[in-house]
Every structure is written in structure tokens, then in C-alpha cells.
Ligand binder design. Structure first.
Ligand code: ADP
Length: 197
């Protein structure tokens, strides 16, 4: 009997690993946010049928932007690229579904918007490679890596918010609950399966 339950437990562990779905880290870059393209972009991913697992508007910390683009650190445009990502808030999203990484790249279009097909996001809304509106992971491994890196940043922001909330609660200025909208916590909770090895 013990043997059967151990086997069953091992089986359910195996299933837990197997059901970890493919995700892509998709980010509306600062120009996309400033130009009001967030709704249009989310709509395209929703209509395609992918599942939105997490979403957050935030200012990327410098070390996260550098980590995100570390593979391009030898490129002449690397410094400008990091500056561009830091130039305003981004919308960070985690989209889930079979084949989402490759499909998101198709929805997004070629790196250089002038070479992107009409009908793609960059093809419809951008003209400069240095202001190309959106990022999407180029492999499932990078989908996991980028999500984890941005989640860490989100967690740090949460810690800061919690510290402020507790300070305010102590001062009786605001009830702590006001500082804990669901969304602030949701990012960490919804992507937690991808943060575990
Ligand atoms: P993609 O974003 O399509 O995956 P890359 O990973 O090659 O493309 O590059 C990352 C980002 O670096 C691009 O989206 C673009 O913002 C920027 N970039 C790439 N090539 C250039 C370039 N020649 N000049 C300026 N910026 C560039």
C-alpha cells in the first residue's frame, strides 16, 4: 500500500511538472505605453486566444533592464536600448498557451518595423527599430528567465509598498488595506509555478 501511494505521489509530481505551460514574457515598451497602444496590444493577444497570466504597469529598475538585454550587451546600441526601456513605465505581461512564444513573435513582427508585415503590431504601429513598441521572448527558456527577472523586480516593489503601508498604518494615516490592491500581489501569485525549479 505504501508503495502504491509513493508511486501515486511520484506520478502526481510528474504531472505537476508536465502541466507547466509554455509562457512568453511580453512587454509593451515605454513608447507603446506613451502612445496609448496597450489596449490594442492586449486585445490582439486576447483575440488570438492566449491566456493572460499576469500583468503589471511599472518602471523597470536599471539592473532588470540590463539583465533582460544582457545577450545584446556587446552591441553598439545596447546603452541606448537600456535607456529606452528606462524612459518610462512599461506594461509587463505573461501570456500562456501552446506555442505562445513563436506565435507572439508572429503577432509582434520583425525587429525592424519597416521590415514587419502589415497586420503585425510593429508593422502597423512603428517605423524605428529603436522605438519598436513591444518585446516578446524569443524562446520558451527566455520566457521563463525574463518572467522570473521581472517578477523579482515586482516583488521588490511590493516589499517597498508594504513597508510604506505599514508605516502609514502605524501613523494611522491610511488603513493598510488601501495599499494592497489585489493586482499588486497577483503578479507574484500567478506566476509562482514558473519561479520554482
Ligand atoms: P527582438 O526585440 O525582435 O527580439 P532583438 O532581441 O534582436 O530583437 O533586439 C532587442 C531590441 O533591441 C529590439 O527590439 C530593438 O528595440 C533593439 N534593437 C535591435 N537592433 C537595433 C538596432 N540596430 N538599433 C537600435 N536598436 C536595436
Amino acid at each position: 500500500r505504501a508503495c502504491v501511494s509513493r508511486t501515486a505521489a511520484a506520478g502526481s509530481r510528474a504531472r505537476a511538472v508536465a502541466v507547466r505551460a509554455e509562457i512568453s514574457y511580453v512587454m509593451v515598451k515605454p513608447d507603446g505605453v506613451q502612445r496609448g497602444l496597450v489596449g490594442e496590444i492586449i486585445g490582439r493577444f486576447e483575440r488570438k486566444g492566449f491566456k493572460l497570466r499576469a500583468l503589471k504597469l511599472y518602471q523597470t529598475p536599471q539592473e532588470v533592464a540590463e539583465e533582460h538585454y544582457k545577450d545584446l550587451s556587446s552591441k553598439p546600441f545596447y546603452k541606448d536600448l537600456v535607456q529606452y526601456i528606462l524612459s518610462g513605465p512599461v506594461v509587463s505581461m505573461v501570456w500562456e498557451g501552446d506555442g505562445v512564444v513563436a506565435s507572439a513573435r508572429k503577432l509582434i513582427g520583425a525587429t525592424n518595423p519597416l521590415a514587419s508585415e502589415p497586420g503585425t503590431i510593429r508593422g502597423d504601429f512603428a517605423i524605428q527599430v529603436g522605438r519598436n513598441v513591444i518585446h516578446g521572448s524569443d524562446s520558451p527558456d527566455n520566457g521563463d528567465r525574463e518572467t522570473a527577472a521581472h517578477a523579482l523586480a515586482a516583488r521588490r516593489a511590493l516589499t517597498t509598498a508594504r513597508r510604506r503601508a505599514l508605516a502609514c498604518a502605524r501613523d494611522r494615516a491610511f488603513p493598510a488595506a488601501l495599499w494592497f490592491p489585489e493586482g499588486l500581489v497577483a503578479w507574484d501569485q500567478t506566476i509562482s509555478p514558473w519561479l520554482k525549479e
